[in-house]
Design a protein around this ligand. Structure first.
Ligand SMILES: C/C=C/C(=O)SCCNC(=O)CCNC(=O)[C@H](O)C(C)(C)COP(=O)(O)OP(=O)(O)OC[C@H]1O[C@@H](n2cnc3c(N)ncnc32)[C@H](O)[C@@H]1OP(=O)(O)O
Length: 258
């Protein structure tokens, strides 16, 4: 399907989703969010890792579209926020790993989009932050919650209350970003990680993601119960039989995801 503000490129089992509206530094307006929602719902079934990045040289995503938001009534803002939340939740709920490749400004909704991915790699040029309070609002696409779960309450409050823009090294120091890469090596690094992932069992990866997410909001005992059941459930799958047989036969496994 052809989109105006996003672009999906697929190479084998790895797809890269570009937010591609460089004239507005990839800001998320309603149209872009709707296109994202549609693309996430209709990802080709053979995609096994999704990389999310920004088109153009300067930005990952410079936030929700301020020009559009400026005129919203409170009812319209509720709808806009709900659309943003649906997109972030759809991204988070994908059964495949998602990697944010933060190639430039990731502010407000841009940081929120990155935080909805499984993990974030950033280029040396990246600037991250949640500057919404400087616009008289708060993060509205899940940032108050997802950032807090990643960096802890005090750091999240510091970033959100000050609206500070932090560089990639600082974002790594506080645990928001996993690695900082030279700008021209960012996508190659993400693809190399994705290549490693696609060698493993898609079924097991999807289950691991589901268990990590489901357990995150539970106490340890309940979370471990979720893991125990999921571990057992994988036995008897083609991937489990193939993975263990291949090990015993000293050959690489060929997984089908079944
Ligand atoms: C629920 C979520 C809420 C939110 O996300 S609230 C928004 C949070 N984000 C921000 O507050 C960041 C806003 N943008 C900026 O502060 C600056 O941009 C940058 C620091 C990222 C870059 O500055 P520079 O290099 O000087 O570029 P430039 O001329 O400001 O931007 C180029 C064009 O991009 C448009 N643009 C940038 N960010 C947004 C945005 N978030 N919403 C709408 N448009 C945006 C500008 O206006 C301009 O456009 P033109 O060339 O027509 O003047």
């Amino acid at each position: 399907m052809a989109y105006e503000n996003i672009r999906l490129e697929q190479e084998g089992a790895i797809a890269t989703l570009f937010i591609d509206r460089p004239k507005a530094l990839n800001a998320l307006n309603t149209k872009t969010l709707q296109e994202l929602e549609s693309a996430l719902k209709s990802l080709p079934a053979d995609v096994r890792v999704l990389i999310v990045t920004g088109g153009g040289e300067k930005a990952f995503v410079a936030g929700a579209d301020i020009a559009e938001m400026a005129a919203l009534t409170d009812a319209q803002a509720q709808e806009f926020g709900a659309l943003g939340h649906r997109v972030m939740a759809a991204l988070e709920a994908l059964p495949i790993p998602t990697i944010a490749a933060v190639n430039g400004f990731a502010l407000g909704g841009g940081s929120e989009l990155a935080l909805a991915c499984d993990f974030i790699y950033a280029s040396e040029k990246a600037k991250l932050g949640l500057p919404e309070v400087g616009l008289g609002v708060i993060p509205g696409f899940g940032g108050t919650q997802r950032l807090t779960r990643v960096v802890g309450r005090a750091r999240a409050k510091e970033l959100i209350f000050t609206g500070d823009r932090i560089d990639a090294a600082k974002a790594k120091e506080i645990g928001m970003v996993l690695e900082v890469l030279p700008a021209d090596g960012l996508l190659a690094h993400c693809r190399a990680v994705a290549e490693k992932i696609v060698k493993n069992s898609p079924l097991a990866i999807s289950k691991a993601k589901q268990v990590i997410e489901a357990g995150a909001d539970q106490d340890l005992r309940a979370a471990n119960d979720i893991e125990r059941k999921a571990f057992g459930d994988l036995f008897g799958s083609e991937d489990q039989r193939e993975g263990m047989k291949a090990f015993l036969e000293k050959r690489p496994a060929t997984f089908t995801g079944k």
